[in-house]
Structures are given as structure tokens and as C-alpha cells.
Design a protein around this ligand. Structure first.
Ligand SMILES: NC(=O)c1ccc[n+]([C@@H]2O[C@H](COP(=O)([O-])OP(=O)(O)OC[C@H]3O[C@@H](n4cnc5c(N)ncnc54)[C@H](OP(=O)(O)O)[C@@H]3O)[C@@H](O)[C@H]2O)c1
Length: 254
């Protein structure tokens, strides 16, 4: 049987945050589904560790700080020169914190919006230039969070950044539909990765148990999210754009 609408064979996929957690798993899973993957994050050693778990050939590692916006166009042009037009992007790079309003300041807020929103939008802007994406179309995925649609104490700043992505994809979908470039978010519930392992809700046993109880199917794993990303990157989702797909083990069902 060769029918597989979820295949990524022949596609070039850019994954940011590929040195850790969900982004690392997305890169690995995309390679197993046949894609050529461009992995971006700052830590070269950890990017190489991701690469060592991938299948197939022709993958490319780029060590870059995505908040250095003036370098992003050059990075995209460099990718396209090697791989040809891009078919999909998974914007995974992100930061998180549990921070009450009284501890926020403009520098912290600036940092969160730069990493979680602006870097992803800037990279996507350069990728969407004519000639940088395949003319038949492309799929752009942003990692949002259930915190975009639910509240928790200390999560307002993180939530605001993740909500911005959910709002953004709806209008971006309308702007780019004529070029068949699809924009969607995936909003995971809690998945144990380096982004949260030291945060109070994961470190404190009572808080962790309470959080687990809010996820009907227990806490998630990185491949639960990576598999949803593969769906959105593949031709199987060709009629889906402007959406926020929630992958949360039932957290938002309660
Ligand atoms: N884990 C969860 O429970 C969960 C739930 C909902 C949503 N999410 C979202 O899913 C995404 C991935 O989270 P994760 O759990 O996989 O986190 P993670 O393990 O901490 O990975 C974060 C990634 O972002 C990269 N990164 C951070 N700042 C960067 C910068 N300035 N430039 C380039 N890369 C940067 C890091 O790489 P370097 O340090 O090497 O640069 C790392 O690869 C995030 O957007 C997060 O908000 C996670």
C-alpha cells in the first residue's frame, strides 16, 4: 500500500527550536516522514544531538539567535540557495515563565514578545517572499499553547504571547490564501520538556499532581505534538487554515 496523504517525502521543512523538546521531536518525526529538515536554534551541540536521531539525508543545521532580526533574511536566502523553495515551517522556539504581574517589567515583556511572537513572525515574513516558498503553496505552523485560551496564575505574559499567535494566524490565513500558504497554530497542554521542568507547576509534587489531574489523559509527550505538526505540514490538511488545533489530553474539555 503506497497511499499516505501524511507523507512529507519531497518537502523541505524548517523547524525552529530544534535543539530541544517539542522542536527536537518535530525535526526527528518530520525526517522519519521523509522530509528534508532545516533545524534552527542557538545551541549547536544540541542541534547535532537532534540530527543524530534523525533519518534520511540532506538536513541542515543553523545555529542562530532568532531575535537578531537583521540576520533572518540572510538566513532564509541561505536556506533557499541550498534546498530550493521551502514547503513548511514549524515555529517552535519559545520561552516560558510563571510570573505574576507585580514581577513584570518592560524589559521582561519585551524579551517574551521578541522570542515568542516577533521572531516567529519575522522569520515567516522572510520565508513567505515570492521565490522562497514553493509556488504550489506551503504550510506555516506556530506553537501556541492552551494558555492562549485558558488562564492560570502567573501565566498572563506567556498567555499574551501565545494568544497573539492564535489571533495572527487568522488574518495571515486570509492574506496568503491566494498563494495557498496556510497558517495554523497548535496549542499543546503540558508536556515535560526543559521549558517547564524547573517551573513551580512541574517541580513541586503537589502542583504537578494537580496539573496532571487537569489533563484527562495525563501529561503529553513531545511526539503527541510532533504528530499534529506532521498533519498540518502534510497535504492531508490542505483545506485547513487560520485554525488553532488544541492537543492537550483533554485539559480544555473540563
Ligand atoms: N512543553 C510544554 O508543555 C509546552 C506547552 C505548550 C506550548 N509549548 C510551546 O512549544 C514550544 C517548544 O517548547 P518546548 O517545551 O520544546 O521548550 P524547550 O525544550 O525549552 O525548547 C525551546 C527551544 O527554543 C529555542 N530558543 C529559545 N530562544 C531562542 C532564540 N532566541 N533563538 C533561537 N532559538 C531559541 C531553544 O534553543 P536554544 O536554547 O538552543 O536556542 C530550544 O530549542 C514553545 O514555543 C512553547 O511555548 C510548550
Amino acid at each position: 500500500m503506497s497511499y499516505n496523504p501524511f507523507s512529507l517525502i519531497g518537502k523541505t521543512i524548517v523547524v525552529t527550536g530544534a535543539s530541544s523538546g517539542i522542536g527536537r521531536q518535530c525535526a526527528i518525526t518530520c525526517s522519519k516522514m521523509g522530509a528534508r529538515v532545516v533545524l534552527i536554534a542557538r545551541n549547536e551541540q544540541r542541534l547535532s544531538e537532534t540530527l543524530s536521531e534523525m533519518e534520511g539525508d540532506g538536513h541542515k543545521l543553523i545555529s542562530a539567535d532568532l531575535t537578531e532580526f537583521n540576520k533572518l533574511n540572510g538566513i532564509v536566502e541561505g536556506i533557499v540557495a541550498i534546498t530550493g523553495p521551502i514547503d513548511g515551517v514549524v515555529n517552535c522556539a519559545g520561552i516560558s515563565a510563571t510570573m505574576p504581574l507585580k514581577l513584570m517589567n518592560d524589559a521582561i515583556m519585551d524579551d517574551f514578545f521578541k522570542v515568542n511572537v516577533l521572531s516567529a513572525i519575522e522569520l515567516t515574513r522572510h520565508i513567505c517572499h515570492i521565490g522562497h516558498v514553493r509556488k504550489e503553496g506551503a504550510s506555516i505552523v506556530f506553537l501556541s499553547s492552551v494558555m492562549s485560551v485558558r488562564g492560570e496564575r502567573g501565566k498572563s505574559l506567556y498567555s499574551m504571547t501565545k494568544g497573539a499567535l492564535v489571533s495572527g494566524v487568522r488574518s495571515l490565513a486570509t492574506e496568503y490564501a491566494r498563494r495557498a500558504i496556510r497558517f495554523n497554530c497548535i496549542s499543546p497542554g503540558a508536556i515535560l520538556t526543559p521549558i517547564n521542568r524547573d517551573l513551580p507547576h512541574m517541580k513541586n509534587p503537589e502542583a504537578r499532581a494537580a496539573l496532571e489531574a487537569k489533563h484527562l489523559l495525563g501529561l503529553g509527550q513531545t511526539d503527541d505534538v510532533a504528530n499534529a505538526c506532521v498533519f498540518l505540514l502534510s497535504d492531508a490538511s490542505r483545506w485547513i487554515t487560520g485554525q488553532n488545533i488544541i492537543v492537550d489530553g483533554g485539559y480544555t474539555a473540563i
